[in-house]
Design a protein around this ligand. Structure first.
Ligand code: GLN
Length: 550
């Protein structure tokens, strides 16, 4: 069978884009995404325009249908793509604008190739991993890298995984297609510390590089994650055994804060070395903003305790963006935000006082399904009645509405989401499905997804906090506030302070006689950056601090 190569024009990018391919070795969860994002932020400081992309080798079409326990939170982009949480790191650390194009799974690739085959696009050919799957991957990578100077492509998983092979093969071919001077490979690996020997060990890294070389990729850089700093001798050994220049073996020991990583990599001159390898000029960079962030984290003036009350608390990655947004909220006033995770299933009327005695603010984040919801409703009640600052996010708005409807309006209130499991006594679905949602079937990609405008009510808390009449925030949900109950709830004092489409959908609720009781239908956590904290989180921390000092 003839080998099908990409057509010439498929490779033509508008600009001469340079590529950095990032792979991972030895174990997963070593911070490939953080390393890639930190490097990207350094390269932006040299005035280059970047894009970043994550390729995930699993067969799911996107991570949207996965339980948060599997891969942590589902991150949502402006255009409504449900993506891997690494895209959150990319956006938090850099100025890149991400969209559907920047998150690719093997499932999406196979879906596309199979659809083409069914249409007859392959003209009777045998459809194979090489070249059809790899060509599709290459085309997607090139399409996601238009109009930028440097494109960073992170391959999920660990080198050696069966699923990852087509992606590795695709990036191997791309260097041949695009030219040596336009592509580099960075392998992020792990150097374990063996306590009994009191030593860092390089053997797993050697094996990982061997694995990579067996599929035709010689890494240009090795970023060695470790518990302790890498001694020069060990770097020399790694360089020799892995055939990598000594200066390209970069130590990346554990940091106290993720926002230290860009500064640590800058200290190792990773940005300068990478630019040199890509034949790009470097500049004198100004990293004072990163220094300011680290200073604020290391030398706080204030401290505050916030509890995230949710149902996926066994895996903290499930609340990655909420966690980071809370930390960002404390940065301007140099407030260290201690975050505790409370399993809402363990909260009840009799223990709530004691469980939250040490907490100055409460957050109920997004969730799906009824399990744990009663504990969240108790949490809302406690925050509302005791003037504890409360931020409800998506499901956290649903629970706030149900609580208010039950306890202030005497309704038998619940969410339609729980209908199948509710007893017959529930008569008031204050949270309900809208007509357009009822018509959608299946779970994948069927929610209200992405950024929508929201008009803020003049004079409301949120209006003052955002200092804007209209905002754009990202969404990921099916159920909405049921407008049938609006008047009744309003009469009892609930303020509807944000709307989509001239009042059609409720986006924000609040209480005017409370220091901070705000719940939003959207996910503000996705827009917060350390260098630009989100106003809602910043205000929550400021109010909580002020209240705690009373
Ligand atoms: N389960 C709710 C819904 O689908 C809330 C979703 C969320 O919190 N992201 O509407």
């Amino acid at each position: 069978m003839g080998i099908l190569l990409l057509k010439k024009q498929d490779h033509q990018l508008d600009k001469k884009t340079k590529f950095i391919f990032v792979t991972g070795g030895v174990v997963s969860s070593i911070g490939k995404g953080l390393t890639a994002s930190s490097l990207a932020s350094l390269l932006e400081a040299h005035d280059y325009k970047l894009s970043m992309m994550k390729c995930d080798p699993y067969i799911n079409v996107d991570p949207g249908t996965m339980s948060p326990y599997q891969h942590g939170e589902v991150y949502v982009t402006d255009d409504g793509a449900e993506t891997d949480l690494d895209l959150g790191h990319y956006e938090r650390f850099t100025n890149v604008k991400l969209s559907k194009e920047h998150s690719l799974t093997a499932g999406r690739v196979y879906e596309k190739v199979i659809a083409k085959e069914r249409r007859g696009d392959y003209l009777g050919g045998t459809v194979q991993v090489i070249p059809h799957i790899t060509n599709e991957i290459k085309e997607r990578i090139l399409a996601a890298s238009k109009d930028v100077d440097i494109s960073i492509i992170e391959i999920g998983g660990t080198v050696g995984d069966i699923e990852g092979l087509p992606f590795i093969e695709a990036i191997r071919q791309l260097k041949k297609d695009l030219g040596d001077e336009n592509c580099i490979y960075i392998h992020v690996t792990y150097v374990p510390f063996i306590k009994a020997a009191g030593e860092l060990k390089s053997k797993p890294t050697q094996h990982s590089v061997k694995e990579l070389r067996s599929v035709g990729i010689q890494p240009d850089f090795l970023i060695c994650r470790s518990e302790h700093p890498l001694p020069e001798e060990l770097k020399k050994k790694v360089a020799l055994f892995c055939n990598v220049e000594l200066g390209h073996v970069v130590g990346a020991p554990d940091s106290n804060h993720i926002y230290q990583v860009p500064l640590k990599l800058a200290k190792e001159k990773l940005d300068l070395k990478v630019l040199k390898s890509l034949r790009l000029d470097s500049k004198k960079t100004d990293l004072s903003r990163w220094n300011g962030i680290v200073d604020s984290l290391e030398n706080p003036k204030n401290e505050i305790r916030v509890a995230i009350v949710g149902k996926y608390v066994n895996l903290k990655e499930s609340y990655k963006s909420v966690h980071e947004a809370l930390v960002h909220g404390g940065l301007p006033e140099k407030t260290r935000v201690h975050i505790s995770y409370v399993d809402s299933e363990t909260i009840n009327e009799s223990n709530i006082q004691e469980r939250f005695s040490n907490v100055q603010a409460l957050v109920v984040p997004g969730a799906f399904g009824q399990r744990g919801s009663e504990g969240m409703i108790q949490t809302v009640k406690y925050a509302r009645e005791n003037n504890i600052p409360y931020l409800g996010i998506c499901f956290g708005l649903h629970m706030a509405v149900v609580e208010f409807a039950r306890n202030e309006c005497g309704l038998q209130a619940s969410s339609r989401e729980f209908e199948s499991s509710e007893e017959a006594k529930i008569t008031d679905f204050v949270i309900d499905l809208m007509e357009d949602q009822k018509q959608k079937s299946g779970l994948g990609g069927t929610m209200r997804l992405g950024a929508f405008p929201c008009e803020l009510k003049t004079g409301s808390h949120v209006h003052k906090i955002y200092a804007k009449d209209q905002i754009y925030e990202r969404h990921r949900h099916r159920y909405e506030f049921n407008n049938k109950y609006k008047e009744q709830l309003e009469k009892q004092g609930l303020v509807f302070s944000g709307h989509y489409k001239k009042g059609e959908l409720v986006e924000v609720i609040e209480l005017s006689d409370h220091p901070f009781f705000i719940a939003v239908q959207f996910h503000p956590e996705f827009l917060s950056k350390p260098r630009a904290p989100h106003p809602l989180f910043q205000n929550l921390i400021e109010v909580a601090l002020k209240e705690s000092q009373k």
